[in-house]
Design a protein around this ligand. Structure first.
Ligand code: HEM
Length: 462
């Protein structure tokens, strides 16, 4: 049996009720479950997922677990990570387009790629790229300056475009500019096509043809055609971009480099993994700030004090602790990667239960980050809980916006840096106001998006 629960606790505490699917109790019937997962993964979670350590569901003989207990998550993602490969869903959805890049590869192949790519994502890369991120954010703010105060627009769309421009610039430096529109169209088409099918959910064999995969591959053929000449130009010289760093990357132990095919797969992977997630983090942060005027005023005051009207720089970020706390809290409430899936290679035991070989194990940041046992006022926006000087930090495995263990997001520092620089550059120039009457609904597919966008108007601050 299922019945909706209208969760009004946050309202009782005088805080706004934040957009979230209604909670129900019990298990959804088979077809409704399949339909819900296909349309919005987070809407398939019962209220028990936010209260209990582990839930189990059976689907056509397959056992599916959702785990929300920090020590068990440490076991899955770190201590016994070798036993948990990426879940079938992610690979079946993404591999047709991304090939065998870092996000989808496994075993020795993944280890070799990660060793090669880790140095590319080090701190010195942030120094190289921070000015370009700020320039892109400032030019968006310049464009916004000419908007009239009453003109409503979708800030989610604007953040997607900005993040795409940023990743494209970092990847291809100047060569990219004139093709921006084409890349955006091709990537957007691909993203719309990759949706889980029933066949993927129950893990039917890969050789069964899936029409949507063929179409997804075709959408990316256009992207490939755009990228190919750029890959070819790269055989000589350092253009100072991510692509040059990938082409030049060398395994310190063996001296091996990435093959041209592998470079292509990494480029597409970084493009897709690296822009939409960051754009969603930014969009949800603007949404939360607009709903919480007290926190918004603190955010603006910090920017005014530290930057005094000039553009932000990488070195400023250490002096913007409240901006970081706001972003961390937004990543808790609206994790851009709301579910992480794994498959058990061998039988295991978790929380006193047998996990048979082949079981699918979901790590669900959406439920974990709002879990009743782990967080005080789990559904409220309280950036101060991330104040490292005053608050006890949560268990490392209670907060997983970037995952954890060997497969932790390789772009986490880049994402945090990019998001903070964009928040600072735009936040010191504008206040964003939500358009009343426009419903905000979070939808989890591969990332967590606001269905229909987030409509806002702007109030210039200077
Ligand atoms: C707020 C922004 C971001 C979020 C929330 C995020 C989240 C995640 C998560 C949860 C994982 C782990 C998935 C798993 O364990 O199955 C991951 C992996 C990954 N992310 Fe991110 N990501 C973000 C930004 C980025 C950026 C900017 C890049 C690249 C420029 C990137 C590239 C990757 C790659 C390549 C992997 C696979 C790593 C591996 O398996 O070794 N991500 N990301």
């Amino acid at each position: 049996m299922t019945d909706a629960i209208d969760d009004r606790r946050s309202a009782a505490a005088g805080r706004p009720v934040l957009a979230a699917p209604p909670r129900f109790r019990g298990q959804l019937p088979f077809f409704r479950y399949v339909r819900t997962v296909r349309e919005n993964t987070i809407a398939s979670l019962p209220a028990e997922a936010f209260e209990e350590d582990i839930l189990e569901r059976r689907m056509l003989g397959q056992r599916i677990f959702s785990v929300c207990e920090p020590e068990a998550l440490k076991h899955i993602l770190l201590d016994n990570a070798e036993n948990y490969e990426k879940g079938p869903l992610l690979r079946q959805l993404l591999e047709p387009g991304l090939g065998r890049g870092l996000l989808t590869s496994e075993g020795a192949e993944w280890r070799r790629q990660r060793r090669l790519m880790a140095p590319v994502f080090q701190h010195k890369m942030l120094r190289r790229f921070a000015p370009q991120i700020v320039e892109a954010a400032e030019s968006l703010a310049d464009r916004w300056q000419s908007r009239s105060a009453h003109e409503a627009f979708d800030v989610n769309g604007e953040m997607m475009r900005l993040a795409l421009i940023i990743i494209a610039r970092l990847m291809f430096s100047a060569d990219y500019q004139e093709r921006a529109g084409d890349v955006e169209r091709s990537v957007g088409q691909y993203q719309r096509l990759i949706r889980p099918r029933l066949m993927d959910l129950v893990g039917l064999p890969d050789w069964i043809p899936r029409f949507n995969r063929w179409r997804a591959r075709r959408a990316l053929a256009e992207f490939d055609a755009l990228v190919r000449p750029l890959l070819e130009r790269e055989r000589g010289g350092d253009a100072g971009d991510l692509l040059s760093l990938l082409v030049a990357a060398r395994d310190e132990e063996t001296g091996e480099q990435l093959s041209p095919r592998e470079v292509r797969d990494q480029v597409v992977t970084i493009f897709l993994a690296g822009h939409e997630t960051t754009a969603q983090a930014l969009s949800w942060t603007w949404y939360l700030l607009a709903l919480h005027p007290v926190e918004e005023a603190r955010f603006h005051a910090e920017l005014d004090r530290v930057l005094g009207g000039r553009a932000p720089r990488l070195g400023d970020l250490a002096d913007l602790p409240f901006t970081r706390m706001v972003l961390e809290e937004a990543l808790r409430l609206y994790p851009p990667a709301p579910t992480i899936s794994r498959r058990a290679l061998a039988a295991d035991r978790l929380l006193g239960r047998d996990i048979p070989r082949g079981s699918v194990v979901f790590v669900v940041p959406w439920a974990l980050h709002r879990h009743q046992k782990l967080w005080a006022e789990p559904d409220a926006f309280v950036p101060d809980r991330f104040d490292r000087e005053r608050a006890a930090m949560p268990h490392r495995f209670a907060y997983l916006p970037f995952g954890a263990g060997p497969r932790i997001c390789i772009g986490a520092s880049l994402a945090m840096t990019e998001a903070m620089l964009v928040l600072a550059a735009i936040g010191q120039r504008f206040r964003l106001r939500l358009v009343p009457g426009h419903p905000i609904e979070p939808v989890g597919l591969i990332t967590l998006r606001p269905r229909g966008g987030i409509r806002v108007t702007l109030e210039p601050r200077r």
